[in-house]
Write a protein of this length. Structure first.
Length: 304
């Protein structure tokens, strides 16, 4: 932010000095544009229930291509997202492991109980999703074909429904402020993060506009993020026999950086990390069990 000289003579100049330039940041739908992103998601979780630690580590590496078509007769525009490559590695409680490679999608899971997860990833890799924008560029829906949704196991059906996909995509884009900003401006955003199995994190994040930086010959807008608070909820009809009846979670640590190309109206890179800890109370078969959560999530996404 600007530092004003504190002196009697400067006060008269201050009145005539121009304000810091403001920028209106916005996503744009550019017909014919094709963009490829690489995303790496890492999750490291230890869930402690009645004194027993249940560690889980998940790494997902994904490359996907987004292709925007030409306007249709009603002015709407469709964007096709196709996964080009995906590798998944899961280390689960009880010594179980799960691996998926889009290069060999037909390989069955080593444990039959994990086969529905493999089928979910097969669908994601094989079937493109379609995002529809109206003639003003507003995102209206994100959907998979009905036949692809039908392939997904019952426990994952909610995750691939149009309503859920649309809501998630809209929330991924809402980090941009609604008003023009200048360096130093801050704003807060509430968002939901679906965890699968009827579980949801409700997150509040503070963003700050830092200003323009240059990278690879392009002027990009730098935004930093800081998670402020988190709460947890589990649907009453969640399939897990282990229910969460109470939770007291907090953000132990976290930060992030986003580089946004305002000329093209698209995110160039995003790197966000959050560390969540706290107490939880579980019930199973009517028995109440004390627990704790220690969860670190890191997401890196880069335009290629």
């Amino acid at each position: 932010m600007l530092r004003w000289l504190v002196s009697t003579c400067a006060c008269s100049l201050l009145l005539a000095a121009p304000l810091a330039a403001q920028e209106k940041l916005a996503f744009k739908v550019e017909p014919g544009r094709k963009a490829t992103f690489q995303t790496e998601t890492k999750t490291d979780q230890t869930l402690t229930i009645a004194g027993m630690d249940l560690p889980t580590k998940v790494t997902v590496f994904q490359t996907e291509t987004h292709t925007i078509g030409q306007p249709e007769s009603d002015g709407s525009i469709k964007e096709i997202e196709k996964v080009q490559a995906m590798q998944v590695d899961m280390q689960l409680p009880g010594g179980l492991s799960f691996n998926f490679d889009s290069g060999n999608p037909g390989k069955k899971a080593d444990n039959a109980l994990l086969e529905p997860i493999a089928e979910l990833f097969r669908v994601i890799c094989e079937v493109p999703s379609t995002t529809t924008y109206d003639k003003s560029g507003e995102l209206k829906s994100v959907e998979l074909p009905a036949e692809a949704v039908a392939r997904v196991g019952e426990q994952f059906q909610k995750e691939v429904q149009t309503e859920k996909l649309t809501k998630q995509t809209k929330q991924q884009r809402q980090f941009l402020p609604s008003d023009p900003v200048k360096p130093g401006d801050k704003w807060e955003v509430n968002a939901e993060a679906g965890l699968g199995g009827g579980q949801t994190f409700f997150l509040r994040t503070e963003y700050q506009y830092i200003g323009v930086v240059e990278k690879n010959g392009k002027k990009l807008h730098r935004i930093t993020s800081k998670p402020l608070s988190v709460t947890y909820a589990m649907d009453a009809d969640a399939p897990s026999p282990l229910k969460v009846t109470n939770s007291d979670l907090k953000i132990a640590d976290g930060d992030g950086e986003i580089l946004f190309d305002n000329e093209r109206g698209m995110t160039v890179s995003k790197n966000e990390k959050s560390h969540i800890t706290g107490d939880m109370t579980f019930t199973i078969n009517g028995q109440e069990l004390p627990g704790k959560l220690d969860l670190t999530m890191n997401v890196k996404s880069t335009l290629q």
